[in-house]
Write a new protein. Sequence first.
Length: 255
Amino acid sequence: MLLGLVAAEDAERVRARLGLAAATPVPDHLVPRRLSGVPASVLLWMLQEDDPAINEIVFKHPSLDEAIRRELARGTPFGGAAGPLPFRGTDRFPEPETDVIDGLRWVRTKHEGDRAAGAVAVADWPEIAEADRAQALPGYARWALTVRIDCPNELRAQFGSHPKFAHRLREAGIIDGPREYVQGWKSAQSVLHVLELGPRLFPKRMAEATDVLAPMVRRELGANVEAWAVLAQLLPTFSGTVPELVRTCGAIANA
């Protein structure tokens, strides 16, 4: 993926010198494996494509909660397309039996918060934001809502910026966008495996990642074969972020 960020002639020179095969697309049957364990927000970036084929991949992801599956079965778009979107599955989910806002107001425990948040539909977010402004929702309700992958960023900010919230969001795999994913997520190899699928699964958001990486890769690695050789050696076991990896390889090659 990183070689694709430098000039084509430089990339070919590096491949030839290091004996690297030309990049090939990840086979369809390996895509779910690549997505195993990804931060939850990656699934949202995929849903924002409003592509039924991509939605089908997300629907089958083991970490996806039932609330989002319900929305996909309804044909709800997440990226602004006109709905309903086609849904090929046969899964159908029961509609919540209680008023969403009332259910959130009655939350007193984490379990109740998770259950109430699970009843929220995409169309409910504006009403929830208004209800919270009128009278703050219970803490457990807020916590459960904020880790929904489709919770609007404005509502998360409305809920507060306490360090405990930030910690909970990170534990739940909620990231503002691909830029933050590149800059702060570990390990470098796992991030690059996901970004390799970006042009295919979340092309609308991919530029946010490449805008961060491209200048750094060209500056630190560029056509420097030695730097790329160091990267090939370090990548499988490197525990830091992608920027840390790139800078480390550039520094070692230029030492």
